[in-house]
Design a binder for this molecule. Structure first.
Ligand SMILES: *Cc1c(COP(=O)(O)O)cnc(C)c1O
Length: 422
């Protein structure tokens, strides 16, 4: 039998991949804690928690046990007309920690569907109220997923050329900083006074796919406050930032004005089973609540609120709120700060930034987002047993909360070793 990597190329089409340029995938056979193992037995520290999902560590025994128990009780059932304990319990537990204005949860499967649903809620909210509003507002360089609504609001649509003619109309504002706030608010003013903006979707505090660009919490709060005055539905895309990464349970906890809608996925189920939730306020929900069946939200996915995924999410919530995980988050924040002090003045480092456990640095050279040099950089890390995915000249760390100090140090020194080769 040939190895996984060789057999892969025959029938498998990978995401975000030009197969002619990248013919070979690495076969991964096992994951535990902060480690991934490839088919030759080599191990790698998962420096990005497998795209910000496995934050409590891979194959976490506590979560596995809970899901295994649930598996023997109820595996899957239609969620239209039926309900079940894992979904109801998850709604009770999640509402306790979400911003206080959130009341209702709509389940789906992944981050893109979570934002797609948020966008549909905002558009239909106005439609149901008889408002004519058909434009969305979003940040420059935003990323909200790969379905049509999500692609439309994503500013980072470098490879979305074939689809652009089919997009929803979107206006864009730059993310706020202390320096540009006045201009951003002026631009915002011209857009909202046109009266046709239905909703504003944003990644609060950190724009992940834009290479961990971070913006000003107060400025964002001011933008949200103005939008609320104009009855624009605000949608926080916390698919990446949710569940502790920014140092609080949600990035929205750090901003005074709370969103009307919140999109959750990725770490929601701790990296075990795909699931997403779009939460909203009572006010949003009430715009759909009617004797008229057509005013309902006619959106549904087959695996909605899968009981196993809900169980994984519940176990994840317990871990998130445990002293052990909260202590770990505080420890990682401090370690990153110490690392930052160590490297920020290095001549090869142009800029560094940190929000919670998310740490990023820009190298002092130009690198294409998915170009050759970037691939070499990634390979350099892999050779050293560290899985990081640089974006252009940005190297970022979003390691699992259970990463050890020794493992963090290995990530840091691998990054420092790059300074000698670029
Ligand atoms: C990953 C991501 C998405 C898309 O989620 P998928 O599960 O990959 O569809 C949407 N928004 C943000 C902020 C993300 O990081």
């Amino acid at each position: 039998m040939k190895n996984i990597s060789e057999r892969d190329a025959k029938h498998v089409w990978h995401p975000l991949t030009q197969h002619k340029l990248h013919p070979r995938m690495l076969g991964i056979t096992k994951a535990k804690g902060a480690l991934l193992f490839d088919e030759s037995g080599k191990e790698y520290i998962d420096g990005i928690s497998s795209w910000y999902t496995s934050v409590y560590g891979h194959c976490n025994d506590y979560i596995l046990e809970k899901v295994y128990q649930q598996m023997q009780q109820l595996d899957q059932v239609v969620f239209s007309g039926f309900t079940h304990e894992p979904a109801v319990k998850l709604s009770e537990e999640l509402i306790k920690i979400l911003p206080a204005n959130q009341e209702k949860l709509f389940f789906s499967d992944n981050g893109s569907t979570a934002t797609e649903i948020g966008i549909k809620m905002a558009l239909q909210y106005h439609f149901n109220k008889g408002h004519k509003r058909n434009v969305l507002l979003a940040f420059e360089d935003a990323f909200h997923g790969d379905t049509f609504g999500a692609m439309s609001v994503s500013g980072l649509s470098v490879y979305n050329g074939p689809f652009e003619d089919f997009f929803i109309e979107v206006k864009r504002i730059p993310p706020p900083s202390k320096e540009n706030l006045k201009e951003v608010l002026a631009l915002l003013h011209t857009y909202v006074t046109a009266g046709n903006i239905a909703g504003f979707i944003y990644e609060p505090l950190v724009q992940g796919a834009a290479a961990m660009q971070m913006h000003d919490a107060e400025g964002l709060g001011e933008i949200l406050r103005i939008l609320k005055e104009h009855d624009v539905v605000t949608i926080a895309d916390e698919v990446m930032t949710g569940f502790g990464k920014t140092g609080t349970h949600f990035a929205s906890d750090q901003i005074e004005t709370k969103p009307d809608i919140i999109c959750l996925s990725k770490a929601l189920t701790a990296g075990l089973i795909p699931m997403a939730i779009t939460s909203c306020t009572q006010e949003v929900y009430d715009a759909f609540y009617s004797d008229d069946i057509a005013k309902g939200l006619f959106h549904g996915h087959t695996y909605t609120a899968n009981p196993l995924a809900c169980t994984a999410a519940l176990a994840g919530l317990e871990l998130l709120q445990s002293k052990e995980i909260q202590d770990n988050i505080a420890r990682i924040i401090q370690s990153h700060q110490a690392f930052d002090a160590r490297i920020k003045n290095h001549p090869k480092v142009a800029r560094t930034r940190q929000t919670g456990i998310i740490y990023a640095l820009d190298l002092n050279i130009e690198i294409e987002r998915y170009g050759n040099l970037r691939d070499k950089l990634m390979q350099h890390f892999m050779d050293k047993g560290i899985f990081l995915r640089p974006l252009g000249n940005t190297i970022y760390i979003t390691a699992p909360y259970i990463v050890s100090e020794d493992q963090l140090e290995q990530i840091y020194s691998a990054i420092e070793s790059v300074f000698d080769i670029v």
